[in-house]
Ligand binder design. Structure first.
Ligand SMILES: CCCCC/C=C\C/C=C\CCCCCCCC(=O)SCCNC(=O)CCNC(=O)[C@H](O)C(C)(C)COP(=O)(O)OP(=O)(O)OC[C@H]1O[C@@H](n2cnc3c(N)ncnc32)[C@H](O)[C@@H]1OP(=O)(O)O
Ligand SMILES: CCCCCCCCCCCCCCCCCC(=O)OC[C@@H](O)COP(=O)(O)O
Length: 377
């Protein structure tokens, strides 16, 4: 093991990275709060400012993935579609199998210059996660309770609000609605069978209502759906812990650009279209399993330096102040101050541990664990 790799595996380094993320994130959340009055005076300026503030937070996770762990992200797509990426609004449909799939998504957003403005249809529980969840309020992220009767109005309204959004954005939809587990897969395939739909091997059965409502409420604003299929080389199951430990993964992403006009408007037709899309996605995963690659040419967007610069800025700032604080603490000799500082460090570690837990599939929700009642006759 090299010296750098040894350094990356040190718990103290992980604690420092997490500390920087949490404290800088809370500072940015405070700044976001201060921008609220701007909403009343100049809504578009409020949005532009918040896109940049959000970038300071989300790009830290991109920097850790790209520069700390050195994870490589390869893009399979045709060059004609490539020329549109980052220059238009799009709905991204992505498979939901990996704990760090959202970080890979963010990496691609950054490479095409839409990271600050990127959006998602997220479960409501994530709105309460400090830093990221709080940041999302100011980005007008669309939250759902995953209960259609309650979501149908609120989701449509939040999507309508994006009609006059001033900068290009990608809107991410995990149509499976939850992360893949063998149990959820088995249950969703029972649902597929009861609906007379072909079985999927690598995906859960997609929930179609969110897709239908998104496509129809963003019509006229969004140019295309980017059908995106992600996998990792060597059958790896990447984790945030692995990334913090400096483990290098290799992500492969296959993207097809589908013009929005080609997607049917009616609910039933749109649902059938999405089911067909997931059958195609399944065949791409099968191709990957057989050959170790996705179909089509590789056109790799380069890493950009901004995420690294932002991260180094915050790390430098906190490192300087932490050293100063440490020296002052030792020279003060006050047991009370030392104990209070230790308690603060423990609180930060516990908070971050809980946040990391949100990314872990084993600690995931039970959503999708129940299907339609089986007919045992
Ligand atoms: C490549 C570049 C990437 C770019 C990245 C861009 C941006 C990045 C930005 C941010 C990154 C951050 C990432 C954060 C991650 C957070 C993501 C989440 O929180 S995912 C969870 C929330 N999202 C969703 O759930 C979206 C999908 N869901 C839906 O669309 C749902 O329809 C819904 C709108 C949420 C409503 O939920 P509900 O449960 O009420 O669903 P339905 O009404 O659809 O369900 C009933 C329907 O489903 C059938 N059914 C029953 N059981 C199952 C089952 N187990 N599996 C499948 N289907 C099931 C049931 O028979 C009903 O069928 P029908 O509709 O025919 O009546
Ligand atoms: C700079 C690096 C610092 C790293 C350390 C800091 C920890 C940061 C943790 C950030 C937490 C981010 C929240 C986004 C999480 C996205 C997780 C996710 O994918 O959600 C799952 C849902 O889709 C479905 O949920 P389930 O039904 O599967 O349950």
């Amino acid at each position: 093991m090299g010296l750098l790799q040894l350094l990356k595996s040190q718990v103290l380094c992980h604690l420092f990275i997490c500390f920087v993320f949490l404290v800088s994130g809370i500072i940015v959340n405070m700044l976001q709060l201060c921008t609220l009055p701007l909403w009343l005076v100049n809504k578009q300026l409020f949005r532009r400012v918040n896109i940049r503030l959000a970038y300071c937070i989300s790009s830290q996770m991109v920097a850790v993935l790209e520069w700390w762990s050195g994870t490589e992200c390869t893009l399979y797509t045709d060059p004609k579609s490539y020329s549109h990426y980052g220059k238009e609004n799009a709905i991204v449909v992505l498979n939901h199998n990996f704990e760090i799939d959202f970080m890979c998504g963010w990496t691609f957003c950054d490479r095409f210059g839409v990271l600050g403005s990127s959006k998602v249809l997220a479960k409501k529980e994530l709105a309460y996660v400090p830093v990221i969840g709080w940041m999302w309020y100011f980005l007008e992220i669309v939250f759902c309770k995953r209960k259609w009767e309650e979501d149908r109005k609120t989701v449509a309204q939040s999507l309508q609000n994006l009609q006059d959004y001033p900068e290009n954005f990608w809107f991410l939809l995990y149509c499976e609605g939850t992360r893949f587990t063998p149990k959820k897969h088995e249950i969703s395939m029972q649902v597929a069978e009861s609906k007379g739909l072909p079985k999927l091997k690598y995906h859960l059965l997609p929930r179609t209502k969110g897709f239908w409502v998104t496509v129809n409420n963003l019509r006229g604003k969004v140019a295309a759906v980017y059908d995106s299929t992600l996998n990792f080389r060597d059958n790896e199951a990447p984790t945030l812990h692995g990334v913090l430990n400096g483990k290098k993964y290799h992500a492969d992403l296959y993207v097809r650009r589908i013009p929005l006009e080609s997607i049917p408007e009616g609910e039933a037709e749109c649902a059938a279209w999405l089911h067909k899309l997931y059958q195609e996605k399944d065949s791409f995963q099968e191709h990957y399993a057989q050959t170790g690659r996705f179909p089509g040419p590789i056109t790799n967007p380069p890493r950009r330096p901004w995420a690294l610069i932002n991260w180094l800025f915050w790390c430098g700032l906190f490192f300087y102040h932490l050293v100063l604080l440490f020296v002052q603490l030792l020279s003060s000799g006050s047991m009370l101050t030392i104990t209070a500082s230790l308690a603060f460090c423990v609180a930060v570690s516990v908070g971050v541990r809980w946040m990391i837990g949100q990314t872990e599939i084993d600690r995931g929700s039970t959503y999708g664990n129940k299907g339609v009642p089986l007919n045992n006759n």
